[in-house]
Write a protein that binds this ligand. Structure first.
Ligand code: UD1
Length: 416
């Protein structure tokens, strides 16, 4: 199994192009199930999660061509309404096919995704919402068997779940009547999905706010759409620059999608400048600890919590990190500690006391963002070598990260 080998000490410096957002691409691909005509997505990242969604849709009969960064999806040939356990268990985002299958065919059989390293991650909000749209749902042998054409309804989500907001928005776009969703997620990926659906002919307003109104339509056509930049990838590269005393400029990024994050970096003492679609960050006068509390958008993203923890390990003073979105998302702590970090965890809070330096060590990646944190920590470690195993996690969400960090001056490589 491949490993990533990092020798720290080099400042990560230079410009790097941000790829399209994984968390937009996956629901956008699923949303093409709602369309009657060909859809083309541009700025699609080459990621294992994208290949996994490609496989699920292809098995349903979707015709997919993925060339360069453009993906053409032909939904006319879709005949199956089933997403099997073998595929869904590998990627929770597979569950996004449920809403669009119901919107187009009025029936779906989708495996329950099960838990994952960062928590049990139930789908009760998705299912409760779909039932409110009049869909009959039963659980059969670990599968959600759903039947019935969605009918518009007023639904207040128990929690602003990103996936549930997306599934309900997709199911409601071809429902009979009007759906009003409140307490919804406001992540930029939700607005990207709504703009894609609207370009297919849907009538969705309010995406990106707390209330989304969807006027169901009978049919959706085809379209071309460019995926928004990956804000989490942008944030990861910026942190790598700051943590190593370098200076990184991310290109093709959207700073407005990272409001709380940029504020936190500045509070820690980093200089962050935004010029159009470029964000430049550096820390010339040292870094100090801050309080970070993850929240649904526009709060601090849980998907950057592990990376900012790696940064906090080498900042002066204490950083208190509260994880409010997932129940078990401190998987990186034990590994960072093996590299010399000083971190205490109490429930959903971690206190990180900065140390002068980290040291390289063999470590194991446990999930996608934890892997990114270990790479950042490895890049800052001024002695020894960090060898990261189980890096298939990182390939799920970052495209050839080691090559791109190497092009920014990092001593980092992949080894079989
Ligand atoms: C999406 C993102 C993921 C990100 C997360 C939170 C994608 C593909 N993934 O995941 O990268 O970390 O948003 O920003 O877009 N919950 C329930 N019941 C439900 C649904 C969710 O209790 O029916 C809980 C989850 O267990 C979790 C919290 O709500 O604790 C947030 O989950 P959610 O917003 O749904 O995240 P995902 O859509 O799975």
């Amino acid at each position: 199994m491949d490993r990533i080998i990092v020798r720290g000490g080099n400042p990560i410096t230079g410009s790097v192009q941000v790829r399209g957002a994984k968390n937009s691409t996956l629901p956008l691909m699923a949303a093409t199930l709602l369309a009657e005509d060909t859809c083309v997505l541009h700025n699609v990242p080459c990621l294992h999660d994208v290949f996994a969604m490609d496989k699920i849709l292809s098995e349903m009969g979707m015709a997919i061509d993925f060339t360069g960064r453009s993906m053409t999806l032909g939904p006319n040939s879709v005949t199956s309404h089933e997403a099997p356990y073998e595929l869904v268990r590998k990627m929770r985002a597979s569950f996004f096919v449920l809403g669009p299958l119901l919107g187009r065919f009025g029936q779906a059989r989708v495996s329950l995704p099960g838990g994952c390293a960062i928590g049990t991650r139930p789908v009760d909000i998705h299912l409760k919402g779909l039932e409110s749209l009049g869909v009959n749902i039963r659980i059969d042998d670990g599968y959600v068997v759903a039947e019935g054409r969605p009918v518009g309804a007023d639904i207040a989500l128990d929690f602003p779940s990103v996936g549930a907001t997306e599934n309900l928005m997709m199911a409601a776009s071809r429902a009979k009547g009007v759906t009003r969703l409140t307490n919804v997620a406001r992540e930029p990926e939700i607005a990207d999905l709504a703009s894609f659906l609207n370009s297919l002919g849907a009538q969705i307003s309010g995406a990106g706010t707390d209330l989304i109104t969807i006027l169901g339509v009978d049919e959706l056509g085809g379209t071309e759409h460019t995926v928004i930049p990956d804000r989490i990838e942008a944030g990861t590269f910026l942190i790598a620059g700051i943590a190593t005393g370098g200076e990184v400029t991310v290109l093709n990024a959207t700073a407005e999608h990272l409001p709380n994050f940029v504020e936190k970096l500045r509070e820690m003492g980093a200089e962050v400048e935004v010029h159009g679609s470029k964000i430049r960050a550096a820390a010339t006068n040292g870094l100090k600890g801050v309080d970070v509390s993850t929240q649904p958008y526009p709060g601090f993203p849980t998907d950057l919590q592990a990376q900012i923890m790696a940064l906090a390990c080498v900042a002066e003073g204490a950083t208190i990190i509260k994880e409010n979105v997932f129940e078990n998302r401190f998987m990186q702590v034990a590994e960072l500690t093996r590299m010399g970090a000083n971190i205490e965890v109490d429930g959903n809070a971690a206190v990180v006391r900065g140390v002068p330096k980290l040291s390289g060590a063999p470590v194991m990646a446990s999930d996608l963002r934890a892997s990114a944190a270990l790479i950042i920590a490895g890049l800052t470690a001024s002695d020894g070598e960090t060898s990261i195993s189980r890096i298939y996690h990182i390939d799920r969400g970052y495209e050839r990260i080691e090559e791109r960090l190497a092009s920014l001056g990092g001593d980092i490589r992949r080894e079989p």
